[in-house]
Design a protein around this ligand. Sequence first.
Ligand code: 7RM
Length: 636
Amino acid sequence: MKSIQISSLAEYKELYQKSVDDPQGFWEEVASHFTWRQKWSHVLKSDFITPDVRWFEGGKFNITENCLDRHIEKNGDTPAILWEGNNPETPSVVLTYKQLLSEVNKCANALKSLGIKKGDRICFYMPMIPQVAVAILACARIGAIHSVVFAGFSANALADRIKDSECKLVICSDYNRRGNKNIPVKEVVDEAIAMGCDSVEKVLVYNATGQSVNWNNDKDIWWENIVPQQNDVCEPEIMDAEDVLFILYTSGSTGKPKGVVHTCGGYMVYTCYTFLNVFQYKPGDVYWCTADVGWITGHSYIIYGPLLSGATSLMFEGVPTYPDSGRFWQVCEKHKVNQFYTAPTAIRALMASGYDEPDKYDLSSLKVIGSVGEPINEEAWNWYYEKIGHKNCPIVDTWWQTETGGILISPLPGITDMKPCFASYPLPGVQPCLVDTNGVELEGNNVEGLLCMKFPWPSILRTTYGDHERCRTTYFSTFNNKYFTGDGARRDEDGRYRIIGRVDDVINVSGHRIGTAEVEDAINQHEHVIESAVVGFPHNIKGQGIYAYVITNGAIGEENAFRKQVLDVVTKEIGPIAKPDAIQIVTQLPKTRSGKIMRRILRKIAEGEFDNFGDTSTLLNPECVEDLKNGALTLN
Ligand code: 7RM
C-alpha cells in the first residue's frame, strides 16, 4: 500500500481479501502511514470480537502531532479549518495548519495552567465555532479526555453527563447563534453545575457574542483572559495507543445514555483511513460535513479524519434554513466545496422547502456527496443525486455508529458501484454479517436479518464509561462472538447492504438517537402522569417522529395545555430534540400477562395501521386496543 487511499476496484478487492486473510498485516500497513514515537508491540491481540480488544498497544504517539505538526513542513499554509458563520455577512475565518497548531498549543498551555492533566475529563458544551476544534485538540494534546455534549441538550442532560464522567472542567461559550436565535449556553452550564456537579472546578468561557452572562468569580474564567497570552509551543503528551481519547454519550434502548469510550491509536488510524477512502479527498479540495461536533460525525469527520489527512475542513456555525433554505448551496458555491456530507433529514427538509432552490447556485465544484445518520429514502436520494450532484457525483451512503468510531459500510466513490438507498459494501477491514434472531448466521445473498460484525476493526468502542459490563451485555453478548449493531439490514443479490433501521427501542429522529425509555422517564416526571409508552413512527422530514401514549391521573384539566406541559418537561429533562410529535392520552396500555407493554401494537397505531397486529393472544387487556385506535392521532 503506497498510500492509504484505494484507487481502483481491483485494489479494493485485493485489499478486502487481504484484510480478511491477514488482518494484522493489513492494519500494520495502514498504521505505518502515521507518526509514532515508538512502534506498537502487537497490532491486535485478539482474534475474535470483544470490547477487550487492544489495537497497536505499546505504540506511543499523540494524535494531535498527527493532525497538526506532521503537516506543517509541507502544508503549513494550507487551510485546516475554514469557518463560515451563522450570518452570511460575517467574514469567513481561515485557520491554516500553522495557525491551528499555534492556537491549539496556546489553549493546551492554558489547560495545563488550570491544573488539567493526562486522564482528566473535560466537558465541552460549545457552539460550532473554531474554538471548539481548538479546545478539543488542545485537550487531546495534553492527554486529557474530552466529553463533548451537544449544545442542544438541556441542563439536566448536561449535568448527568458531567457527573457520570466526573469532569473537572467545562468549556463553553457565552451564547450560541443559530438562525435568528441567540441561545444561552453559559446559563445552561450554570444551571447544570448547580445540580450537584461537584467535580467541576472551573468553567472556561469563550466570549463568542459579547452579551452579558452571570459570573461566578470562583469558578468562571474568560478564555480571552488566559488563552491568547500563552506560549504557542506545547510539547504533546506521549500517549499509548490504548489510552482513552474521548467519551461520547449516546442513547441506547434502556436506561440513561452510555459514555462510549474511544482510544487514541485505533481511532486515529481508522478515521483517517475511512476519510481518505470514502470521500476520495485530494490535496487542495474543500470538504464540508454539516454535522454538529456534539455527535460522532462531527468528531470523526469534521475534526479528526480530515485533519489527520491534511484536508481543509469547512465548519459551519448556522442552520440549513437561515437566512433561507438555499444557505447550504450558497456556502458550497462560495467556498467551492468538493465533498459535501450531510444527513437525510436535512436533504428532505430542503427538498420540501424549495425543490428547485439549488438551481440558483453553482454547485459544479462538488465531486462527492454523502449521507449519514439514518436510512435515506428513494425520493430524497434522487433529489440529492439530481439537484445537488447533477448526476455527476457519486452519493456515499455511509453506515456507522457512535460505537464504531468511523464508517464501516459505504460505497467508495468512483471505485465501487452505487445503488440508491444502499450503504453497499464493507470497507476493507470490516466483516459484517447478518444473523437471525437465534444468532444463526444467514449465508448467501438476498437475505435479511440483524446486522452484526464478526471481526474487530481499530475504532470499535472499548467500553462504556464506568460500566464495562454494560458494554459487554449491550453489544457483545446478544450473539456469540459478534458485535450486534442494533440495526436490521438486507443483503442484495450482489452482496450490497441496505440498512433498514433500528430493531431495538431506539428512535432515530433527524439522525439523532433517542431511547424510548429516556423519553418515557422524562414524561413520567410530570406530576399528573401515571405511565407512558413511547414509540417511533415514520415522519416525512425527520425520518422517525416520537409518538407518546400517556396515562394520566385524570387531574390534568384542558388536554392541550397538558400536552404543552409534557413537551416542556421533556425539553427540560432531555432537550427539544426529544419532544414528542404526538401525545395520545389513554386509559390503558396493551400489556402482556408478564406486564410488558406490547409496543408492536403501539407502533402500528402510531403508523396509522389499525389491523395486522399479529399475535395478541398473550394480551392481558385486549379490550384496550379499540380505545387506542379510536383515540389515535393522524400525523404527517
Ligand atoms: C453516524 C451515526 C447510529 C445509527 C445506526 C443506524 C443509523 C447511521 C446510517 C444509518 C441507515 C445509514 N451514529 N444510521 N447511518 N441508517 N443508513 N447510512 O449516525 O450513533 O448517532 O447513530 O444511525 O440506525 O445504528 S449514531
